[in-house]
Write a protein that binds this ligand. Sequence first.
Ligand code: ZN
Length: 224
Amino acid sequence: MNLKTGPYMPRLVGQDWQKPLGKIVCVGRNYAEHAAELNNPVPDQPLLFMKPSTAAVSLGGSLRLPADRGPVHYETELALLIGKPLSKATSDEVLPAIAGVGLALDLTLRELQSQLKQKGHPWELAKAWDGACPLTDFVPARQVEDWQELELSLTINGEEKQRGKASQMLTPIPELLSYISQHFTLQPGDLVITGTPAGVGELASGDQLKLQLTGLLTSKTSIL
Ligand code: ZN
């Protein structure tokens, strides 16, 4: 039995951040091209699900994937670290509540997810396992000049696989946080991961990943 269970502490670069990670609210199909590549309809409202804090691991260094559970797909996503409580907030109120921005991998057991979707079952078994949410460090939100201009990219073994900009999101960040806060109170330490652009695919042992938040951070990891 693995007893290394302490709370995951997000790292906010240059700041003394002391709050453990809370819940991780995730958004599905927030980029039209990604919805299309998996033959999913584009939802008319944000599609939400959650990962528990125990899914979080640090992305720096290396990642070990679950064995014998089918293909593990990467989905690179902008991750928003919440710094102030948000409940039933308007889209005008939410940006000052973001403490930091980073990147997450929404790791997905894709075959299992397809089976669960077919049965109309929840996705947690495919997306909420221990280690299913590797996270980079977070850059303080005040370094973000324009939230619509945030851009992420993922290269694997030197080849670009994903690139996306916040301005391509079907539900932009302010409206997304407002919508989430109508349903779930967001607390300091909670995280919102905002959906993935097109280009998702399977990870393999030995892959070298480079995640970038253009102009703000770079993080590298290798798959064991
Ligand atoms: Zn995702």
